[in-house]
Design a protein around this ligand. Structure first.
Ligand code: ZN
Length: 452
């Protein structure tokens, strides 16, 4: 029989829309499920002999969820495109659309392993990845899934369909999504959705095929209005904006994941809320690209569900949360702003993940819920209560390292050390393959059209 394990000596913050704080709390689990969570003294009396993990007096939280990541960008660190990038379309054409074409199967595997290792180190136990590798599409989601399985977290994967490299690439991308969706339909930990790049690189015919061929209930994960170019180029080429096009093809539903959604009008946010689709805020990436920002408080006012992602910038959800908070204040010029909308982002990620994994209790630290939990190495120096847990996070705890990460009951990070992946070996291998990747990158032209 699987042994009972306990994570104790910490302050328990149960997460969810109404977080409960339990000083001197602990969580006990066996196999993949939590047995109980609560005050440590009484819990330990019922689980004598359990394997004990010490949280070091820090915070015990539900495992974090990242609803928008790009593993494939892991080997771009330090890469100088060596050409000017004065606008967002130039960032895409001269950096990302060159890098993704230069990826080979080994680079894809290493990128996924590096990213999964970093997710675990940052306490992320469920991640939504958006992948592109136009030179090797078929099988690419399997290589990523293998890395996710090796690491031990849960993931929602997709291939980014786009017409920017021609119709053959778009059909291959659709095929890869459909193949993977079918193969993983019954998988509890790794599932598929249909990935789409963005409206301005997708023909009507491609969207029609996606709508026609996707299995019932399969969602779409797409970039929307990250920059005004998506709206303007969609209108110019197809006569409609991104939201209207998704709506026209029946793709705007409760399973639709819309990353960014910055340059939309009020009526679009109202329509997104009505359809039950999800917006995903990526504040660090938006600042890095200088594309503006999603006004979370205002958008939430329309009734939209808003999640939080990192968009390949990092794998740290807590730093992304802190940046979301501070950038909201910076943009509004209001030193009291940020407590509307921003505290709901991480709980919303849990709600969103539940939709895709048939785990209605994901993120609860309570009996019967999946044993996805972390210990943050930040003993609270001041009183922590139900009503100030968010402030404790953004004003300090978000900067602390993660001590333990547990996903479905398996300890993936123990006392700051990864148990399933070897980061030194991975980085050494990555340093071996990245020069050749960069050589291929520099050999490619940087004038990819929006529609190939
Ligand atoms: Zn993205």
């Amino acid at each position: 029989m699987t042994e009972t394990q306990v994570l104790g000596n910490g302050t328990l913050v149960t997460g969810g829309p109404a977080p409960q704080v339990v000083p001197q709390g602990a969580v006990a689990w066996r196999g993949e499920r939590i047995l109980e969570a609560g005050p440590e003294a009484s819990l330990m009396a019922r689980h004598r002999g359990a394997r004990y993990l010490d949280a070091g007096g820090g915070l015990i939280l539900p495992g974090l969820v990242n609803t928008h990541h790009h593993f494939y960008s892991a080997l771009a660190r330090g890469l100088d495109p060596a050409v000017p990038m004065a606008s967002f379309p130039e960032v895409l054409q001269r950096l990302w659309w060159r890098l993704d074409r230069a990826l080979d199967p080994e680079c894809i595997r290493i990128c996924a392993q590096l990213s999964v290792a970093e997710c675990i180190r940052q306490g992320c136990t469920t991640v939504f990845d958006h992948h592109a590798s136009p030179s090797c599409i078929e099988g690419s989601l399997d290589w990523i899934a293998e890395a996710v399985e090796e690491g031990g977290i849960s993931a929602l994967l997709c291939y980014e369909i786009s017409d920017r490299n021609g119709s053959a690439g778009a059909w291959a991308g659709l095929g890869e999504n459909l193949r993977f969706l079918q193969a993983r339909q019954q998988d509890r930990r790794i599932r598929g959705v249909v990935g789409l790049h963005a409206s301005f690189t997708l023909r009507d015919e491609t969207l029609a095929q996606v709508a026609d061929r996707r299995p019932a209930g399969a969602g779409c994960h797409i970039h929307v209005a990250e920059d005004p170019v998506d709206v303007e180029a969609s209108h110019d080429a197809f006569g409609l904006g991104p939201i209207e096009r998704l709506d026209r093809f029946g793709l705007l539903d409760e399973q639709a994941l819309l990353a960014h959604a910055i340059h939309l009008e009020d009526r679009h946010y109202e329509r997104v809320a009505e359809a039950g689709s999800v917006l995903i805020h990526n504040p660090e990436s938006n600042a890095n690209n200088g594309v503006g920002r999603l006004d979370v408080a205002r958008t939430a006012g329309f009734g939209c569900t808003i999640g939080l992602g990192t968009d390949g910038m990092s794998s740290s959800m807590l730093r992304s949360l802190r940046f979301a908070f501070l950038s909201h204040r910076g943009a509004t010029g209001d030193p009291s702003a940020g407590f509307e909308g921003v505290p709901a982002l991480l709980p919303a990620n849990l709600t969103i993940a539940r939709r895709f994994f048939d785990e209605p209790r994901l993120g609860e630290l309570a009996e019967g819920a999946p044993a996805d939990l972390i210990a943050l190495d930040s003993p609270p120096p001041t009183p922590i209560k139900d009503d100030n847990a968010f402030a404790q996070l953004v004003y300090g705890a978000s900067e602390a390292p993660v001590r333990h990460t547990i996903a479905r009951g398996t300890v993936l990070l123990e006392d700051f050390c990864l148990t399933t992946l070897d980061p030194e070996r991975l980085a050494a291998r990555a340093r071996e393959v990245s020069p050749a990747l960069w050589d291929r990158f520099y050999a490619l032209d940087w004038s990819t059209p929006f529609i190939g």
